[in-house]
Each structure stands twice: as C-alpha cells, then as structure tokens.
Design a protein around this ligand. Structure first.
Ligand SMILES: [Zn+2]
Ligand SMILES: [Zn+2]
Length: 351
C-alpha cells in the first residue's frame, strides 16, 4: 500500500482541487478499498455548490463521492470476521448507520436516529469523506459483493439502482399498476425499471429534452413537459382516471404538484427528489381523494435485493452511462453533468 493518494478536494463551494492526501486508515469493522469507478450524483453537484450549508458536508474542505465500486485493499480490525478478504470486488453505498437505535433495529437504517453523530453514524460522501479518490474507507455494513459478471462501472450504479428500487417499494407498486414518474434523470429512469420489476403494467415518464428521449429509447411511454400540461396528458393516456402510483424523482415544486395531480383517486405518490424550496400541497384533493404522499430516502436493504436484477438486465444501469472522465478531470466531468445540453445522465469518474 502506498501512503498517499489523489483525491478530489472541494476547498470551499465551487472550488475544486485534485490533491495528494494521506490514504485513510480503516478502523474496526471497516475496509479501505481501491476505488475503480465512482459516479456523479445530483447530490454531489448540490453539495459542491454549497447548497446544504453546515449539513452536507458539515465543513469544507471535503471529498464527496458515494456511488462507487472497487476492490478491498486492506481490512480494519474485525472486518475479516464478516468474511471479507483483500481483493474482494465490492459496490458501496452511503449510510453507515448505528445499528442500535429503534429505526436501525427495525430495518430502517436510512432513518437512523443517530444520524451524523460522531462515532455512531456516518454517511460517506455526505457527512464524512467520500469516494472521489484513489481509496476510500467504509464500514462493512456499507459494502456489498459485486458479482463477476458486473463491471466496476455497473457496480458504481448499484447505489442509485437501490434508491430507485426503494422509491418503487415506498410507492407500493403492485402488478398491473400504471406508474407515472416525474423526472427523467438517472433515478427516474431506473425507477421505471424498478416499477416494472414490481410488476407495473404501464410506466409513463414525464420530463423533457435528451433525458426524455432516453426514456422513450428504454421503452417507456413518455410525456413531454415542454409540449403542454403533463397532468392533462397523463389523464388522457389513462382514460381520464390518472396513474395508480406516481414516483416523484425531479425534486422541483412543479413536478411534486404534477405528481399528486396526475394520481387517480386513492392513488399514492412516493417522493425521492429533494426540493430545496417549499412546495404547496393541494390538501383538499389529498384529503377528499384519499391520496397518499410518502417520502423515500436513499435505500434500506435494497443494495443486495437489486443486485440480481442488475445482473439479469432488468435494472438497466449500463444504459445510464453517457460520459467517462479521469479523476484528474473532475471539474470538466461536473461541468458536463451540470450542462443539460450535454445529454449527460450518469457520468463515471475513474480514479
Ligand atoms: Zn447518489
Ligand atoms: Zn441507528
């Protein structure tokens, strides 16, 4: 093992540098992994802009990155007791929860009551250092064996795929449902596959531009928001009834309002997009039509469950990759990600 590595360091919002830094040392039940592929997430772009001051990250300088895959390079004390070996190929996820609080014990570790408390909870690339580097240290609860048939690039997208499966689970999609998805980014498109995995009869993706064209290429029905009222369009496509389930994957107020309005009476909306401003909810309709609106945060157990669907091609992560960059070119990779005209959906960075 070398002693130093290259890492992306966000010195302050919007100031990126590639720095030579010490390789982090794994603590008890942690491993250090050689990162082979890391994907840029919408959260990374927000975090680098400084959109979550004092929260994600708690302080600058900071190394983001939480959608990654690589190989175990060294084990911290105790990691071997869980079966891990140097050289194992793994896919990482972000929530390293306490494992002890009520939510953790009941399986909802994404809602850990000790979130962010030093020594009890970490969220890699959010509350502690992440994987935009040659090496990353993570706890054994947050790494998953990557099957041989999957590449490291596939592995970097298991985390977003698990989030897409979680939102479809939270939406309670049942066989034959008509599912409307607002937002045609990577999570929206993968949520379309997740809805089908749960047996959706129809999947209608609502969005615009190159991303909506991608949705059509993936075989989903589409509604173009640039072409007029998307709520009316979804109602017209469903004989006036509306969708059984809406999965809100855009995180902007208009999309949240549309997602609720396009539901049938008694329909359910699960929201995974995180608006940075308040959203007005039409409470009269929610009450009188018994709509359900639930949040969906990250994933809770879906990493392992989504893996066979990725392996067998039902969760099409490989289709999401539009661009590739070296870690040294992270600034260019991020600019491409932020430029809608680039057609970027998922960008893979290789440290
Ligand atoms: Zn992410
Ligand atoms: Zn907990």
């Amino acid at each position: 093992m070398p002693e130093t590595m290259q890492a992306l360091v966000v010195i302050e919002p919007n100031r990126l540098e590639i720095c030579e830094v010490p390789i982090p040392v794994p603590g008890p039940n942690e491993v250090v992994a050689r990162v082979r592929a890391v994907s840029i997430c919408g959260t990374d772009a927000h975090l680098i802009r400084g959109d979550y001051p004092g929260f994600w990250p708690p302080a600058f300088p900071f190394t983001p990155g939480h959608e990654w895959a690589g190989e175990i390079a060294a084990l911290g004390p105790g990691a071997e007791r869980f079966g891990w070996r140097v050289g194992d190929r793994v896919a990482g996820t972000s929530h390293d929860a306490c494992g002890v609080c009520r939510e953790c014990v009941e399986g909802r570790y994404n809602l850990c009551e000790n979130y962010g408390r030093t020594g009890l909870h970490k969220q890699y690339g959010h509350s502690v250092q992440g994987a935009d580097a040659d090496f990353v240290v993570q706890g054994v609860k947050t790494i998953f064996p990557l099957p041989d048939v999957l590449t490291f690039e596939d592995g970097a997208l298991i985390d977003p795929a698990s989030i897409a499966l979680h939102v479809a689970n939270r939406g309670g999609v049942t066989p034959g449902d008509t599912v409307a998805i607002t937002g045609a980014g990577a999570i929206g498109l993968l949520a379309g596959d997740a809805a089908r995995i749960r047996g959706a009869g129809r999947v209608i993706v609502v969005g615009r531009g190159a991303r909506l064209a991608k949705a059509a290429a993936l075989g989903f029905e589409t509604v173009n928001t640039a072409a007029g009222d998307p709520v009316g369009a979804v109602r017209a496509m469903t004989g006036g009834l509306g969708a059984d389930v809406a999965l809100e994957c855009a995180g902007v107020p208009d999309a949240v309002e549309w997602a609720l309005e396009m539901l049938r009476r008694g329909g359910r909306c699960a929201a995974v997009g995180i608006p940075t401003v308040g959203v007005e909810i039409a409470m009269q309709r929610l009450v009188l039509d018994e709509l359900e609106l639930v949040g969906s945060r990250a994933s809770a157990g879906e990493m392992r469950r989504v893996m066979p669907h990725v392996e067998q091609g039902r969760m099409r992560v490989r289709e999401m990759v539009t661009h590739r960059f070296a870690l040294a070119d992270y600034a260019e990779a991020l600019a491409t990600f932020n430029d809608r005209a680039s057609g970027a959906i998922k960008i893979i960075v290789a440290p």
